[in-house]
Design a protein around this ligand. Structure first.
Ligand code: ADP
Ligand code: MG
Length: 258
């Protein structure tokens, strides 16, 4: 059953009289619990699309619905968790205190109410931070901070997580390690994830579906189903099938460079 539905979405930006067509007629449908990667050249509208899905930007044409509800309705019900490029942690709070942020009452008087809240320590353990729960966030490396952000998003109670290049500031080795941790925490929780990345290997490793977008105006070039078995292990990267998917996606990206 369709959960996230993006229907005929177009988006323009106007700045000093200059109009940019950011997205043109985007149509996408995802079921609940799907891991989706968005991949495409810089400026093709990936962040804009993520923000539209999350109800943070409006559309000029078309509509987005979440389980039949408008995105604004979904947003008011705290259906979205965001994981941005750099982790939004409070540096002087401990890791555990940062895990509590989604549940605290904010300035608008709303905090997320969750009946059975997941154990924040277990979530931190699942991303390899079991020994750091009482460390201050500022004491952690960038990669560790980003893992807190991911664990927090999975524990926030939000069924949809929107991740905008969360690994882009990390070095290659850290990035690889974190991608496995994201894989494992996702396989344990199966939330619906939209994940923006420039990495073909991350897209194939993590996803059920990869959406390849073309350069401005952003359009959907191809949606590829990644039919690799789950749970996935690191060794899956050494398989012929894995490489075939990477090559296939690269081909669709290249087509658009011509
Ligand atoms: P991506 O995330 O794929 O790199 P973006 O969604 O950030 O792309 O941007 C898509 C296009 O829309 C770009 O040309 C960008 O300059 C433009 N754009 C994005 N946000 C704004 C904005 N707030 N005002 C004007 N133009 C914008
Ligand atoms: Mg972006």
């Amino acid at each position: 059953m369709t959960y996230i539905k993006v229907k005929n979405v177009s988006k323009f930006f106007e700045r000093r009289g200059q109009v940019t067509e950011a997205l043109r007629d985007i149509n996408l449908e995802f079921e609940q619990g799907t891991f989706v990667s968005l991949i495409g050249p810089s400026g093709c509208g990936k962040s804009t699309l993520l923000r539209i899905v999350g109800g943070l930007a409006d559309v000029d044409q078309g509509e987005v619905t979440i389980g039949g509800m408008s995105t604004l309705g979904a947003q008011s019900q705290k259906q979205f968790g965001f994981v941005p490029q750099s982790p939004a942690l409070f540096p002087w709070r401990t890791v555990l205190e940062n895990m509590n942020v989604p549940f605290e009452v904010n300035t608008k008087g709303v905090g997320i109410q969750v009946e059975d809240r997941e154990d924040p320590i277990e979530l931190l353990q699942s991303v390899g931070l079991g020994d750091f729960v009482n460390s201050y966030a500022k004491e952690l490396s960038g990669g560790m901070q980003q893992r807190v952000g991911i664990a927090r998003a999975f524990g926030s109670g939000a069924p949809i997580l929107l991740m905008d290049e969360p690994f882009s500031a990390l070095d290659e080795i850290t990035r690889e390690m974190i991608s496995y941790q994201l894989l494992h925490i996702w396989e344990a929780h199966q939330k619906t994830v939209l994940f923006v990345t420039h990495s073909l290997r991350e897209a194939v490793l993590l996803s059920d579906k990869v959406v390849v977008m073309s350069a401005r105006p952003g359009q959907v070039s191809k949606v590829i189903d990644i039919n690799l078995p789950r749970p996935r292990q690191a060794t899956i990267e050494d398989t012929e099938e894995f490489h075939q998917y990477v090559t296939e996606i690269r081909g669709y990206l290249r087509d658009r460079w011509k």
